[in-house]
Design a protein around this ligand. Structure first.
Ligand SMILES: [Fe+2]
Ligand SMILES: [Fe+2]
Length: 235
């Protein structure tokens, strides 16, 4: 955000220099040092400029990567292939800490109420809230059955989870989040992004998204689905 303004100021200065008859005010402007931007806190400077919707949507990317682990686990159960159940227990743990207790809490506390208060997409938010609640129950079942080795219940729970969350997040990405722009001002939208950033740092003691990506990457490696080339058809 700062760079284009700096570029603009530099461009203006060179334009002034090249003018032959400079008015006094312009000369004074040249002598004066460029106004300094308000000093920012170090932490803020290090933060990325991530908008509200980008923040929520890239969190869905982490969710999607766990759905891929769940897909692969279902495939292995059906094919009677052995796998490490601990990966599923950890995946369910990441769903709980990053998606349910953080991402969905953001939606429930900061996104859904704005729609509910303005009477827009209310039926959708009612369903999304119900799915969050049901998702929590299914996650508990996934963790419990991955530990106990009840493969049949584990498989049906994974299937129920993925079947619900694909339409859930797709509807949020394509309908709910885009509609946020019609409810809040540009200023409020930006403020929400900053608030999300603060909550993320408070919740995780750092960049929670980076931590979640590192964790899901490690889980994919342990499960043997990290190499993306394996998903390219041979022809
Ligand atoms: Fe949601
Ligand atoms: Fe979501």
């Amino acid at each position: 955000m700062k760079t284009p303004r700096r570029t603009f100021l530099a461009g203006t200065a060179s334009l002034v220099t090249s003018t032959l008859a400079l008015p006094l005010s312009a000369l004074e402007l040249q002598k004066k040092p460029a106004p300094k931007a308000a000093p920012k806190k170090k932490k803020e400077e290090e933060e990325e400029d991530v908008s509200t919707n980008e923040d929520l949507m890239r969190e869905h990317g982490v969710l999607n990567r766990i759905l891929l682990i769940y897909d692969e686990a279902m495939r292995r159960i059906q094919a009677n292939e052995k796998f490490d159940g601990a990966v599923l227990v950890k995946s369910a743990g990441l769903i709980k800490s990053f998606i349910e207790d953080y991402h969905e809490k953001l939606e429930e506390d900061h996104i859904f109420p704005r729609f509910e208060q303005s009477g827009k997409l209310v039926e959708l938010t009612v369903n999304l809230r119900a799915q969050h609640a049901m998702g929590r129950r299914v996650t508990e079942r996934i963790a419990a059955t991955a530990k106990s080795g009840d493969m049949q219940t584990l498989s049906s729970s994974l299937a129920a989870f993925n079947r619900m969350y694909r339409p859930h997040e797709a509807r949020e990405d394509t309908v709910l989040f885009p509609a946020l722009h019609s409810l809040v001002s540009r200023h409020e939208y930006d403020a929400m992004g900053e608030e999300f950033e603060r909550i993320e740092r408070k919740t995780f003691g750092g960049d929670g998204f980076d931590m979640a990506v590192d964790q899901v990457t490690e889980l994919e490696k342990q499960f043997g689905i990290y190499d993306i080339a394996q998903f390219t058809p041979a022809k």
